[in-house]
Design a protein around this ligand. Structure first.
Ligand code: G1P
Length: 286
């Protein structure tokens, strides 16, 4: 069995990145040389996904354009023999069958994922949050898939500094089974069950939708995916934590976005040397 469908929630305002995100969807901001959301969809495709649903909202129409064909530009590039650029223009349009749906009200991540109910149907599926880029190693969602046993959901987790638990979903692990025992959204450090945070990659069983129907408003006044996962556990469904191999960047804040750009450029063989030189020069300048 393979997982064919991925859901990418991309309806958020990107307030931490204003003013950059005033007129440009945050998912289209460029990390090194392509939009963040393209990395995420490439990760899903590398894990075998063929159908992608992007949950958008008002002002996000450019995402759709990025993954569409662009015949006028393609013709110009082809006529000039600019093969490399032509490939770069064609690639996003060839990645997967793309679907879009608008989340009409910003009611939270849980509500955004619920918008995928009809698209998903009765199969397990991946959710990838495009703020989180995971570089290096096998595709993170492929690692989730490899970790899953029959009927289980799997979530990517990572240790974070204790003072950062308030930024994440945080899990506790049952030592006997290795499964997630509890999960809470954005706990204060003194209330957090551990410092093991959820990173934005999930392999979910479709039962999550019935749990999403039952939850009420949670942290931040929003319908939280985390609360639906907690309900799944309560109902006896298994959720397995997966510590992935790659490096995770949070592109949702200016500093994390900068770190992603520098880190991912340094990881590229074609750029490493020049970026190192550039950084050293900048540091010397002070
Ligand atoms: C979301 C989830 C949270 C998770 C995080 C990972 O939070 O609600 O559980 O830990 O993504 O990036 P957000 O970053 O949307 O506030």
């Amino acid at each position: 069995m393979q997982i064919k469908k991925a859901v990418i929630p991309a309806a958020g305002f990107g307030t931490r990145m204003l003013p950059a995100t005033k007129a440009i969807p945050k998912e289209l901001l460029t990390v090194v040389d392509k939009p963040g959301i393209q990395y995420v969809i490439e990760e899903a495709v590398a894990a075998g996904v063929t159908e992608v649903l992007v949950i958008t909202g008002r002002g996000k129409g450019d995402i759709d354009d990025h993954f569409d064909r662009m015949p006028e530009l393609e013709q110009v590039l082809a006529a000039k023999g600019r093969t490399r650029e032509l490939e770069a223009v064609l690639k996003p349009a060839r990645l997967a069958a793309m679907h879009y749906i608008r989340q009409q009200q910003a009611l939270g991540l849980g509500h955004a994922v619920y918008c995928a109910k009809a698209f998903v149907g009765r199969e397990p599926f991946f959710v990838l949050l495009p703020d989180d880029l995971i570089d290096g190693g096998p595709p993170c969602v492929a690692e989730l898939f490899a970790a899953a046993q029959e009927g289980e959901s799997v979530i990517a987790v990572q240790e974070v500094p204790w003072q950062d638990t308030r930024k994440y979903g945080v899990v506790s692990i049952d030592e006997a089974t290795g499964l997630v025992r509890g999960i809470v959204e954005k706990p204060e450090p003194h209330e957090a069950p551990s410092n093991l945070a959820v990173v934005g990659r999930y392999l979910l069983q479709p039962v999550v939708f019935s749990c999403l129907e039952q939850i009420t408003t949670g942290a931040g006044g929003e319908l939280q995916l985390t609360d639906a996962l907690a309900l799944m556990i309560k109902q006896g469904h298994k959720i397995r934590p997966c510590k992935f191999s790659g490096v995770r960047y949070d592109t949702g804040s200016p500093l994390g976005f900068l770190e992603a750009n520098v880190g991912m450029a340094l990881a590229r063989e074609d750029m490493r040397e020049s970026v190192r030189g550039m950084l050293l020069q900048l540091l010397r300048r002070g």
